[in-house]
Design a protein around this ligand. Structure first.
Ligand SMILES: CC(C)(COP(=O)(O)OP(=O)(O)OC[C@H]1O[C@@H](n2cnc3c(N)ncnc32)[C@H](O)[C@@H]1OP(=O)(O)O)[C@@H](O)C(=O)NCCC(=O)NCCS
Length: 370
């Protein structure tokens, strides 16, 4: 039994879900710069009204001490993921917690793990769930992380290990400095691919909605056996991405076309720190972190039969050249598994270096005594 004053609750109703979604404000508000949550989308997801809702069960849970919200997590069973991988994996997403709340956090995480077990799952993961959550930072704690990535406090690792989690995967984030010399090399990469019959074209040039379909098909195929991924439908991708048609995403994201067939796809974003991050007044972000000078490649895939021909390199180079043309001095190559050497070598061949590191955790629930 937890100490008196500690209560674990299942938030229900709009006000409670909004309070849940707002917890990060109390954890990160002292930071010079951070990415605040998208409250409306998060509440929709928790209320079962997101494009992902038909595929997942989600149950938010929070811990209070003496009435104050001190930690939160959502228990997810993603049926589409489990069917795809033939697994029975539960996922803990949205984990956030205040410092010095070890007992409340341990109680909440144990209840959350219990819910996963009750649903017949044999393992639980936290720190990566496609389109739902990203891994835990293990460095650069006080810097603005790359877009989409976590900048959690360091004490989260103790909370998670005290709850019986082990490291499942390491991930890295790369950054390339867009110097004159490297941009010249990029032009050579795009030209070499063109000589080999590979046309790299922006989503805008291809036709934005058709490009979303191309991205969906290539990504489903290229990522079929990529750890952590589950397939997505064209309709879902269109719902998630079509509003971006008139933004720089349409110029930075590219497809690779060979003989009329789309064989590669990249999704990239401009520097979003001015519009989406909270930056303390008077604070200037380091140029490699944001402030208008860092674009980011978020996702890259090439269908298996066309790999090893420089297509990924050419697509990323095209995207990075467009970032530079629009004033970026740095390009992120975001989130690569430590053991994904094809992607790591692609990043390295673009002159990028590892600049941040992350972890995903897992706890086995069956077949092991703990
Ligand atoms: C990663 C991926 C996009 C690379 O595509 P690709 O078109 O085969 O890559 P390229 O031919 O442009 O090669 C780029 C560099 O990586 C190297 N490389 C590519 N595949 C490799 C592999 N399997 N092992 C080692 N190096 C590899 C190439 O030699 C080249 O380096 P170099 O310029 O120093 O010679 C492709 O393997 C893929 O779609 N994988 C599945 C999805 C995925 O993992 N995406 C990235 C998620 S972070």
């Amino acid at each position: 039994m937890p100490s008196p004053g500690i209560a674990i609750e299942r938030p229900k109703g709009r006000a409670a879900l909004e309070e849940f979604a707002r917890l990060p404000y109390y954890i990160y508000n002292r930071r010079d710069a951070w990415w605040p949550p998208d409250i409306l989308n998060e509440v929709d997801l928790l209320a079962g009204r997101s494009p992902l809702s038909p595929h997942i069960e989600i149950e938010p849970m929070c811990a209070r001490r003496n009435g104050k919200l001190v930690a939160r997590v959502s228990v997810v069973v993603n049926h589409r993921y489990n069917r795809h991988w033939n697994e029975r994996l539960g996922q803990l997403v949205h984990f956030e917690a205040m410092p010095g709340e070890g007992e409340a956090v341990a109680t909440m995480l144990e209840r959350a793990v219990e819910r996963v077990r009750e649903r017949g799952m044999t393992a639980v993961r936290t720190g990566f769930a496609a389109f739902l959550d990203y891994p835990y930072a293990i460095d650069n704690y006080n810097e603005l992380p790359s877009f989409l990535l976590r900048g959690n406090p360091p004490y989260y690792h103790c909370y998670l290990k005290n709850a019986g989690f082990e490291t499942e995967k390491g991930q890295t984030d790369y950054t390339a400095a867009l110097t004159g010399e490297i941009l010249e090399r990029y032009r050579g990469m795009v030209e070499a691919a063109a000589r080999g019959g590979v046309r790299v074209v922006s989503w805008r040039g291809f036709g934005f909605l058709a490009a979303i379909d191309g991205w969906t098909d290539v990504t489903n195929s290229a990522f079929e056996r990529h750890w952590g991924w589950n397939p997505v439908s064209r309709a879902e991708s269109r719902t998630m991405l079509s509003s971006l048609w008139d933004t720089p995403v349409a110029d930075l994201s590219v497809l690779a076309v060979v003989g009329g067939e789309v064989v590669g796809a990249v999704f990239s974003v401009p520097d979003l720190s001015a519009t989406l991050a909270y930056v303390k007044p008077g604070m200037r972000l380091a140029p490699e972190r944001g402030g208008g000078t860092r674009g980011a490649l978020i996702n890259i895939g090439v269908v298996e039969k066309m790999r090893g021909r420089g297509i990924a390199r050419a697509m990323a180079a095209h995207s990075f050249l467009e970032m530079a043309r629009r004033g970026a001095r740095y390009a992120g190559y975001t989130l690569v598994l430590d053991d994904n050497w094809a992607s790591r070598r692609t990043a390295e061949s673009l002159g990028a270096h590892v600049t941040s590191n992350f972890l995903t955790y897992r706890r086995e629930l069956a077949g092991r005594a703990r």
